[in-house]
Design a protein around this ligand. Sequence first.
Ligand code: F6P
Length: 353
Amino acid sequence: MKIGILTGGGDCPGLNAVIRAVVRKGTFHYGDQFIGFIEGWRGVLENKTIPLDLTAVSGILPRGGTILRTSRTNPAKKPDGIEKCLATLKQNNLDALIAIGGDDTLSVAQKLYEKGGKVIGVPKTIDNDLAGTDFTFGFDTAVNIVTESLDRLHTTAEAHNRTIVVEVMGRNAGWIALYGGVAGGADAILIPEHPFDIDKVTAALQQRHARGKLFNIVVVAEGAKFAPSKDAHGTPVVSAAGKDEFGHERLGGIGSLLANEIERRTGFETRAVVLGHVQRGGTPTAFDRMLATRYGLGAIDAVHHGDFGKMVAIRGNKIVSVPVSEAIAKNRTVDQDALDIASGILEEVSGKK
Ligand code: F6P
């Protein structure tokens, strides 16, 4: 078979591991040939490709980013964009396309599938908010980076009797904040799912102070919001005007707003640290390399089983395939079980009963 591969949306560690696994199993076991589309759906729209063979994927397992590069191009927003993509697949004599991406990239895959495109999805996002799967690759790496950062920030916060607010990624879901915050021993975790009450946050920090703990670590997801009040609108904080082609605002800034408010209300010297794209860069953890490899193997098998319109997923440590339509129907937000873990051990978690 001749198969195309693309990586779309925000990059994340493990993309290259998926590409490598697809090409290796496809070549060794099925005798397939591959091409890569450059920069996500832009490459399909503009028919920009590179050959993908064993040499091209050699040595890429530990590399972050994606050898195919990526973009947030949305063909559905271009005149005849979906038809143009289908025409590119035909022009290249492709038997299938493997789209590696999050809900935006996979929503385009679904549109192609509905018009006859033979597409398989692979779930990717550091936010871990894609429905239909227990985990996306890239998430574990991001959590490890947050955890290591919190370990480092603890020592400097303690040395200066400071409160440090750490802003982490997580647009609609607080998985990174929650897992990173618990693993890194944060004192408060604030997630997008539950607007936080600033009075409760400061009360928790003051109680710690009263117990003799003169420093605090607060983890806040970029999509977290102040509960609506006389001086807060209860909307996420954005760092730039405008929206991307999938309608997303550029988030950022909640960390420093919160740090200022904590200092104003408590008198504790407070700093804000934004981890930003550091969470998405660099080499994947062993867990993510393994998960990405399993997804790649699952995806090439799915192509040969004719499982089109499906996304490979992990459920209970088994690789399965689920309809792409199910995966993109809604975000997988932090559930009660995860919230209970954080609530059981931390002074304050937004949404804690
Ligand atoms: O979608 C994953 C994500 O990392 C979000 O957490 C974040 O809001 C966004 O990407 C940042 O996107 P960009 O790379 O376009 O700044």
